[in-house]
Design a protein. Structure first.
Length: 154
């Protein structure tokens, strides 16, 4: 099943070919490669931007490795914010759908269907899941938190 690092993949050669050498782009960081695929977290959105209520696409040159993938950011400043405290910005349930987690199964999260609740980012698979999750946010978070340990990392 896909996780936050599998939302969007780019061929490493395509990404690096137009931008420059891998060492320059990624600063020598270790990142997850599957074949020639580079795992890009949350579809390349800047994880810090959700906190402001206006998610922004990240830029490949502002990146940071975390949790087996590469995260893109809108600026050097937002990248540095993330690097200082990644747990503050990464989606809950490893980016899987929070509604599905509350129901005891995994579904991919969608970086464009989201909510920040008490400073934590929750993704949903689609708008319908979001609407069901919103009916009881505290209860669904609690159920997801209870279910997640037995679902993760499987």
């Amino acid at each position: 099943m896909p996780n936050i690092l599998q939302r969007r993949t780019l061929t490493a050669s395509a990404l690096l070919g137009g931008i420059g050498a891998a060492a320059g782009l990624l600063g020598g960081a270790r990142i997850a490669l599957a074949g020639n695929q580079l795992a890009v977290a949350i579809s390349g959105y800047d994880a810090t931007s959700y906190q402001s209520g206006t998610p922004q696409r990240g830029v490949a040159r502002y990146n940071a490795p975390y949790n087996g993938g590469v995260w893109f950011f809108a600026s050097e400043g937002t990248r540095d914010l993330f690097k200082a405290d990644p747990a503050r910005y990464v989606p809950q349930f490893d980016g899987y759908c929070a509604w599905a987690a509350s129901q005891g199964y995994k579904a991919p999260g969608n970086s464009e269907v989201w909510r920040v609740v008490e400073g934590k980012l929750y993704l949903q698979v689609h708008e319908q899941a979001q609407q069901m999750w919103l009916r009881d946010v505290p209860g669904n978070i609690a159920k997801g938190d209870m279910n997640w340990p037995r679902m993760h990392p499987f």
